[in-house]
Ligand binder design. Sequence first.
Ligand code: ZN
Length: 136
Amino acid sequence: VYGIFNFEQLPDGVLVKAHLFGLEPSSAHGVHIHQYGDLRDGIKGTKAGGHYNPEKKRHGLPPNKERHAGAFGNLVANADGEAKFEFLDHSISIAGVKNPVIGRSVVGHAKEDTGEQPAGNAGPRIGVGIIGVAKK
Ligand code: ZN
């Protein structure tokens, strides 16, 4: 699995865009911000820690407001295993006061996030990336 997540701070939230390839055709995958931008164990992704949840909320799916900061729900791959995603998120900021995500990670999971406790039962981690700063 490979691809890019792009985060853009707007006045009313963070616009999150993703374009991923190499997914299982016609499949859904939970995607969340995890606590740490730490890839020292590579694609296993366990060093990324658990879901980023500074407000100590229950797990949930958007548009439910009761969800972990940066719990984006699911990406859905088309028949070619490609997924595009665009979502205006109000639970995070990039580097502001509210739940800043810079330096943390985005984790994609093998299975669909069902929204159940404690973390959506989305299975193993299949893709991890650190949220950094890119040239525009
Ligand atoms: Zn996750």
